[in-house]
Structures are given as C-alpha cells and as structure tokens.
Design a binder for this molecule. Structure first.
Ligand SMILES: [Zn+2]
Ligand SMILES: [Zn+2]
Length: 693
C-alpha cells in the first residue's frame, strides 16, 4: 500500500488544508489479508453497488493517486482463510470495524444510494465504536449480543469480517469510489449528487481540486451550477477552515452519554458530569468537558484514554486527559478531588467573560478564585504562601456563589450578558423549565414529511404528559414535503376527531396511559402553512379559520430581497388566523444563513397582533436564536417552544428549545405553551379581534 493511498483513506474527515490523519488500521489488516485468486461469486449486495458511471472509475482511480486496493474476489471467498476453520485470521477491533462502516455509509451516499441506507451504516458504525464488548470476538463465539442499529444486512457483514477479516461488499465499494471524494461531502452546500457530478464531469476528487476549479470558474456550465455555485463553494471551504469541528447539541449529548456510560463502572468513580459550553447549552459545541470525582484517578484516566472510540490521545496527565474521538469532537476529562467540586464546576462551566467577572468580585473580597478554590490574598494582592496560606473549597456551586455574595446563577446564563448585575440586584429571571410546558405546537405525521402515523405521534405526545399537541403537517404548495390538499385536510380533521374521542373515553374510564396529563390529552388540528414566494398564503381564510392552531412558515423564495421577504411575513403576521411563525429566521446551523429581515419590525408586529414567535428546538435550527428570542420578548412578543418532530424520538428536540429559551432569559409567562389547553386555544381564537382593533 502506498503512503498516498493511506492518507487518502482516512477514517476521519480531513479539514481543508490540514493533515489528513487517522488512517485505518482496519485497512492494513484487510490489505494484508488479500492475496491471489479469482472468485466469480457475487453476493446479493453486488446489485446495489453498481454505479451508473462505474465503468469509468477504473482509470480515474489511477489518476487520483494510484490506490492499491485488495481484489474483493481474491482469493475466492470459499477458499480464503477463516477463523471458523481454525485459520489464523487477524481479529478486528471495534474501532476498526466502526471505520469500515463509516466509510461504507459515505461511499453509498456518493453513489447516490438511498440516504436512509447510508445513514443506517453510519448508525451501526456509531454503535460499534461505542460498544461495550469486543464485537468480533462475540461473533466468532457465535453469540453476539444485540447491537443497536444492526439489522440482518449489517449482521451478516459483521460475521464475514469476524470470520475472514475482510468484507467483499466494502472492498467492491472501495474500488468504485475514490476515497478523497468522501471528504468533499463535508463542504457546506455540496450534496452527494453534486459531488458525483463534479467527479464525473470534471474529474475532481480532492478539496484542493475543488477549490482550484471553483477559483478558475470551471464549475459554471455544469448542470444547475453557475457563478453563484462557485462563490458558495469557496465560502463553504472558507467556513470549513474557520469552523474546525463544532458539533450540534444532540450529537454532543450522545457523545457525553456514551463516554459517561463507558467509564461509569471504573473503580473509585463517584460522579461524572459535563461542563463547558454543553452545560451552558450553546447552540454548537467545540470541545466537550467532563468533570469527575474519583478516589482512583489513575484508573479513570486509563479507562478514559483507552476507550475504543478514541482516535488518539492528545494529552494525558495524573488528573486530566484529552482525547479526540473517532469522527467526533475532542473530549477533555478533569478529575476533581472529592468534596471540592464547587469551584471546579464554576470554573469549567462559565464563559471566559463570566469567569473574569467572578474573579474580580472575589478579588474585591480579598480572595483569588481558581478551579482549585479561593486562595486568601495578602496585602500585596498576591495569594498568601507558607503557613499563612488559606484555601477555601466548596462541595457545591451554590456555596461558591454564596461565598461571593451572589445567588446561584443557572449555567445557561453564565455568559456575562447582565447576569452578574441581575444577581447582585436580586433580579435573576425565574427561567422556564421543561416541566412548565403543557404541550408542543409543531409536529408532523407521515401525511406530509413526517415518518410516523398521526396516531403514533399522538400517543407519544400523550405519554410525555402533554395536555395537547398540535399536528402541523405541511400545506399544499410544499409538494417536496407532500403538502396536504384541502380534501386531505378534511380527512385529517376527521381522524383527529376520532382519536380525541377515544382519548376522552379512556380518560373518563380511568384508562389513560401512565404519565398522562391530569387534564387529559387532546391532539389539536393545525398546519404548517407555507407563505408562498408570491406572497400569498397557501390556504384561504375560510379554511384557516377551521384549524385550532395555524403555524406559518417561509421555506421557499428565501433569497428574495428584504422588502419582498418582509411583505410576505407581514401578510402572515397580520392574518387573523395565523397564530405562530415557525423558525422565523429560517437558518440551518452551518448549512444556510438567516433570512434578510427587518427584525425590529417583525417583533413590533408580532407583539401588536399577539402572533407567537417560535423557538424551534430542532438542533439544526434553534430558531429564534438566544439573542433574538431575548430581544423579541423584550419587545413584548410571546413565544412558543416546539420540537418540530418528524420522528418519535424528535419530541426530545424540545429539550434544546428549552435550553435556548433559558439562555434567552425567558420565563414561563413569556411562553404560550406553558398555558393550559383552553387558554392556548382562547389566545389563538382571540387573534381575529386583536388584528381588527
Ligand atoms: Zn418548517
Ligand atoms: Zn415543521
């Protein structure tokens, strides 16, 4: 194998201009295992790996850097060495297996296969990287425990890898898809179809090649591409350089969950909690910070640094370690002396600016504050030393803030955006909590672009303890999301009525599921109505008036000039039946920018008409963002916090919405879906009068 081939087959997505690192040991094992022979055997997966332009790839591959891959059919599958026959076959570690499946996912996406299939492979890879047992060994012993996300197709592939150390399916893909092509998927705005087009038409296989082509004006002229595309590509490449890897909240939560559960049973461990920007619920997370209390630090450091999901260890000391996870962020672990967590938590949670303020307050009181505790200052303003030295430590953050003469400041506020002054004046907000929410006003079913039935969605909402859930499938003009025709709206209304009848019966009979809301649960009929690019609303007023709650959105014509966008939004805000503006800025984090709006005008009109502005909890939207949500509230707007769930598990998005609301200093009374069902419905019904006033 050439060094070039090695670098090109990185398991980790490379950053632009940076080194491509993290070569896959699995690949060595596989390459070593591949020797001589021809095999006519073709398994069922072969059909799905035929690329339309597959024939041309044989020559391109050589141009792209003379990759040397094992021949998937040599030696013949039937005769190759197998552990099950007592042959000496290298045993693949979990991280090596994970790499293979990550790569399969990427390559399938580039081949234009069903995206669900590609993401199934990535999910399996994720599970393998974090599995708590040795997967290949378990397969060799023929008793693998169930692995989340591993169905029959992947199960068979794992069995082949465990037994032969190789995988024909993977090796065939590798011969078809130039590996550097996979890295192009990371460029914001470049989808698999475009990457394929760039490859097939221009022979672009690397980020450098892409940049050169965009600068040279070679992309214009390709199907659907123009000068704008070139500008977007260059902006995307620049953004990648700036951004390094910041992950979204949901992904960060998963990493925290997995790392914590993997080290949970280490001897001496008493507690382990996330700190840093994740605890503050910032919208994206760079590094993840974990703080642990342990009576046996070396054991914890050892366990943490040798987790299978670790790509490499960045630093390792007696009480701290930093690692980079495979395809994941950097995770820093800090071990605190037992019983002294207070100042550590404060230090590793607050933003730099917040911490500077706290240190200033401590200094004014004669103490130097660090993560280790408060050190008494001498006359000279330096911490006292020797016999005079005095260190105050605390078990909890409450005690730390109390020592500074402050009430406890919730983590989400620790940004130096006025929280210190508010704390000193006793005016900290009473922040909204998840349990304050009585319902969710934005959810989808498989009638439009959701993935579960109306009933499945409603049962999930009911079991979460909500008093209501608004079903908001898309409206007719959003054909890409299977928007509902007027007839379908009527059919849906009947189904919802029948469901609610059943819920009412069950509640009357005391048969409501455990955890149901004491006031009972009702599915409310709503829609996510498109504000069309010509400025008209998607349904007429007669129909809108018949919904319980109308959510309006702007998904199309996003690049119109400000005056036009504002006109469209104003039409919705002033409509007597539009109750909520969903994801008002329209951004997707790291993917696309905000709409160009006159925000003060939006807030003023929303406040005057009592139109609710949404905090959309989907972690790729988080829209309104925390600054805008705060401004909107200050301008007199009322908000809603929603999940925008398209899947059952996405009801949990609401957690991120609540985190954002807390960062925006929002209190329960600012949020409409903290109201009981009747009050919410009355608020929506009242818009007709508010608009006419
Ligand atoms: Zn939407
Ligand atoms: Zn939606």
């Amino acid at each position: 194998m050439t060094p070039g081939a090695h670098a090109a087959t990185s398991g980790t997505r490379p950053s632009v201009g940076g080194d491509v690192h993290g070569e896959g040991p699995a690949l060595d094992a596989i390459v070593e295992a591949g020797r001589g022979g021809v095999d006519p055997d073709v398994d069922a997966d072969e059909e799905t790996t035929q690329l339309a332009a597959g024939a041309s790839h044989g020559t391109r591959r050589t141009d792209a850097g003379a990759f040397v891959f094992p021949d998937p059919d040599e030696p013949p599958y039937e005769t190759r060495p197998r552990a099950s026959r007592g042959d000496d076959v290298p045993l693949l570690r979990n991280d090596q297996l994970a790499r293979i499946f990550y790569e399969i996912g990427d390559m399938m996406e580039l081949k234009g296969e069903n995206p669900f299939k590609a993401s199934a492979y990535r999910r399996a890879a994720e599970a393998l990287a974090h599995a708590q047992f040795d997967v290949a060994t378990a397969y060799r012993e023929r008793k693998p425990p169930p692995i989340p996300g591993v169905g029959k197709a992947i199960d068979e592939k794992l069995a082949e890898l465990a037994d032969t150390g190789r995988l024909r399916f993977y090796e065939r893909l590798r011969r078809e898809v130039p590996p550097t092509l996979v890295a192009l998927l990371d460029v914001p705005g470049l989808g698999p179809r475009t990457v394929r087009e760039l490859h097939d038409r221009l022979g672009i296989t690397t980020l450098a090649g892409l940049e050169a082509a965009a600068r040279g004006g070679h992309l214009r002229g390709l199907r659907g591409m123009g000068q704008r595309t070139e500008e977007r590509v260059l902006a995307g490449l620049a953004a990648m350089e700036r951004r390094r890897v910041r992950i979204r909240l949901d992904a960060a939560a998963e990493v925290v969950e997995r790392v914590v559960s993997a080290v949970r049973r280490t001897s001496g461990l008493r507690s382990i909690v996330p700190a840093g920007s994740f605890r503050r619920r910032r919208e994206t997370i760079g590094d993840i910070d974990l703080l642990a209390e342990s009576a046996d630090p070396p054991a914890l450091i050892e366990r943490f640094s040798s987790l299978p999901a670790v790509e490499h260890v960045i630093a390792r000391g007696s009480h701290k370690a930093a690692v980079e996870l495979m395809r994941g962020p950097q995770v820093d672990l800090m071990i605190m002396p037992p019983g002294r967590a207070g100042t550590y938590l404060v230090h590793f949670t607050g933003s730099a600016e917040h911490n500077v303020r706290l240190r200033g307050i401590a200094r004014d009181r004669g103490w130097s504050l660090s993560e280790h505790g408060f050190a008494r200052l001498g006359e000279d303003g330096e911490p006292l030393e020797g016999d005079e030295a005095e260190l105050r430590t605390f078990a909890s953050e409450e005690e730390v803030y109390d020592f500074l003469g402050l009430p406890f400041i919730p983590p989400e506020l620790r940004e130096d955006r006025g929280e210190i002054e508010a704390a000193q004046a006793g005016r900290l907000p009473h922040l909204v909590e998840l349990s304050d929410l009585q319902g969710d006003c934005h959810t989808h079913s498989d009638w439009s672009d959701g993935h579960y039935t109306i009933e499945e969605m409603a049962e999930t909402g009911r079991r979460r303890g909500y008093a209501y859930q608004v079903l908001t499938d898309h409206s007719v003009s959003l054909t890409i999301a299977h928007g509902l025709s007027v007839e379908r709206v009527e059919q849906q209304r009947a189904i919802i009525a029948r469901l609610n009848e059943r819920f009412a019966h069950e509640e009357a009979d005391g048969r409501a599921p455990e955890g149901s809301h004491p006031d009972g649960f009702r599915l409310l009929h709503g829609c996510e109505m498109e504000i069309r690019s010509d400025g008209r609303l998607d349904y007429d007023d007669d129909l809108l008036a018949r919904f319980d709650v109308v959510v309006a959105s702007l998904h199309v014509g996003r690049r119109q000039p400000r005056t036009q966008l504002m006109e469209r939004l104003m039409t919705a805000l002033r409509n007597p039946y539009v109750d909520i503006i969903a994801h008002p800025s329209g951004r997707k984090i790291g993917i696309r920018d905000d709409l160009d709006l006159d925000w003060d005008e939006v807030y003023a009109t929303a406040a005057r008409t009592g139109t609710l502005l949404e905090i959309n909890g989907s972690d790729e939207r988080l829209d309104l963002d925390d600054r805008r949500a705060r401004r909107a509230r200050d301008a007199g707007c009322r908000l809603v916090v929603d999940s925008d769930a398209h899947y059952l598990h996405e009801f949990d998005n609401i957690v991120w919405g609540v985190g954002l609301a807390r960062r925006a200093w929002i209190e329960p009374r600012d949020i409409a879906n903290t109201m009981p069902r009747d009050e919410l419905l009355a608020w929506c019904a009242g818009k007709v009068d508010r608009v006419r006033r």
